[in-house]
Design a protein around this ligand. Structure first.
Ligand SMILES: [Zn+2]
Length: 184
């Protein structure tokens, strides 16, 4: 039993910051930062041992993902990732540094590692890279052209498809073919 920081209790109003329960409250450190959230016994067990994740209980994340507290959003993001709930991940918006924090705590994806993503020059692309578009590309459904020379920062790899990455162009999340990109 650890002592819980009073500030944490005040912020959370003595409730689990994921599901709102008041049972068996404890703090949970959101690695690698030194920030904590308040969680109940049920949530804590599931966060610490992801094999115990109960998707029904974790419906609570549909509310807590909108928390004002970055550390809570980071935990929600990680849990959605582990549960492969892409719809929810797409709905979440994390600032770049918060996203990085969330990604830093995620287990490596072995099946993603098996695929190798390469740019137009055959250079290997990794999530988080910046790429430059080498050819004007109409973006399907978005009604604009991704212009040659535009940089796309903090790309993501499209799971299961090594010919596409995802990134934001004009503020819109799009999939781009790797053969029209150059790592910068
Ligand atoms: Zn809880």
């Amino acid at each position: 039993m650890s002592t819980i920081d009073q500030k944490l209790l005040d912020r959370s109003e003595n409730k689990c910051e994921l599901c709102g329960s008041g049972d068996n409250l404890d703090s949970y450190k959101v690695e690698p930062k030194d920030e904590e959230i308040l969680v109940c016994g049920v949530c804590k067990e599931q966060i610490e041992d992801n094999s115990k994740l109960d998707e029904t209980h974790m419906y609570c994340l549909n509310d807590s993902m909108w928390s004002e507290v970055d550390a809570v959003k980071v935990v929600a993001y990680r849990l959605f990732s582990i549960m492969k709930n892409q719809d929810m991940l797409d709905m979440m918006y994390l600032e770049d540094d918060v996203k990085q924090w969330a990604d830093d705590g995620l287990p490596d994806e072995p099946d993603e590692d098996a695929l190798i993503y390469r740019d137009s020059n055959g250079v290997i692309l990794n999530a988080g890279d910046t790429v430059v578009i080498v050819k004007d590309l109409p973006v399907k459904g978005a009604g604009f052209v991704a212009k040659q020379g535009v940089a796309v920062r903090n790309i993501g790899l499209v799971p299961g498809d090594e010919t596409h990455i995802e990134g934001r162009v004009n503020g819109v999340k799009v999939h781009l073919k790797t053969c029209f990109l150059k790592k910068s």
